[in-house]
Ligand binder design. Structure first.
Ligand code: PEP
Length: 255
């Protein structure tokens, strides 16, 4: 049984004071939840304060990015060890906004994955096709390239430290959520890919989140699909009330 994982990607939102206000509310509202793994990913500057406040709770902290080098002359960058020390358990890598605005390639993302795992961080690795790629019906090739390129040299033992987030670019921040059938089709494709690249047990244990306009009113249907194991959420993670509803989604039997 894969434990569902709901993660909030706050992107470039929330000052430290605002972040603390949000997690104060969340800690209280979510304190009884044990059947879902909960992660919040604030901007770098708020990571440490958020972690200090959430320490001992059921809410884990993640970062939204990092660099692959351990230290040195890389102005503006943050290392995996710095994130670990600040309290991160997770780090999001390869988000489509980083691919799009900062031109991150699969090779670059691969270096980051290889750098974060030895530090004891778990990586949420994002993949997903653009609208044009979906319309051209080449999403399978796109996702296969992202998965094989991003995970080059990653062992099956290391796969247990990964979560894959399928985030169709056309659904992120647009209000256009993928249908549960569309999402399930891609999640199944990704899991089958892991069977081929690794083995059945590794693929079965892998958690695959869906991301892209997940809201309290659509999460239950998505989560009822057999290969959807959680959600990576942007907009709806910025308010305590909606994030709470996402974490406490109505559990329907998996189809
Ligand atoms: C995201 O940023 O990962 C995301 C899925 O955003 P939203 O939920 O706002 O579409």
């Amino acid at each position: 049984m894969r434990k569902p994982i709901i993660a909030g990607n706050w992107k470039m939102n929330k000052t430290v004071a605002e972040a603390l206000e949000l997690v104060k509310d969340l800690r209280f509202k979510l304190e009884n939840v044990s059947d879902v793994e909960i992660v919040v990913c604030p901007p770098f500057l708020a990571v440490q304060s958020v972690y200090q406040f959430l320490k001992g709770s059921n809410i884990k902290v993640g970062a939204q990015n990092c660099y692959f080098e351990k230290k040195g002359a890389f102005t503006g960058e943050v290392s995996p060890a710095m994130l670990k020390e600040a309290g991160c358990s997770f780090v999001i890598l390869g988000h489509s906004e980083r691919r799009q605005y900062f031109k991150e390639s699969d090779e670059f993302i691969n270096k980051k994955i290889k750098a974060v795992l030895p530090e004891g961080l778990l990586a949420i690795v994002c993949v997903g096709e653009t609208l044009e790629e979906r319309e051209k019906n080449i999403w399978k090739e796109v996702i296969k390239t992202q998965v094989t390129g991003g995970l080059k040299g990653i062992t099956k033992e290391e796969v247990s430290k990964l979560v894959i987030a399928y985030e169709p670019v056309w659904a992120i921040g647009t209000g256009k959520v993928a249908s549960k059938e569309q999402a399930q089709e891609v999640h199944k494709f990704i899991r089958d890919l892991f069977v081929k690249l690794y083995d059945k047990n590794t693929a079965e244990a892998l958690r695959i989140q869906y991301g892209g306009s997940v809201k309290p009113d659509n999460i239950s249907l998505l989560m009822s699909e057999p290969d959807i194991d959680g959600a990576l959420v942007g907009g709806a993670a910025l308010e305590a009330e909606s994030f709470m509803k996402l974490v406490k989604f109505e559990k329907k039997a998996k189809q």
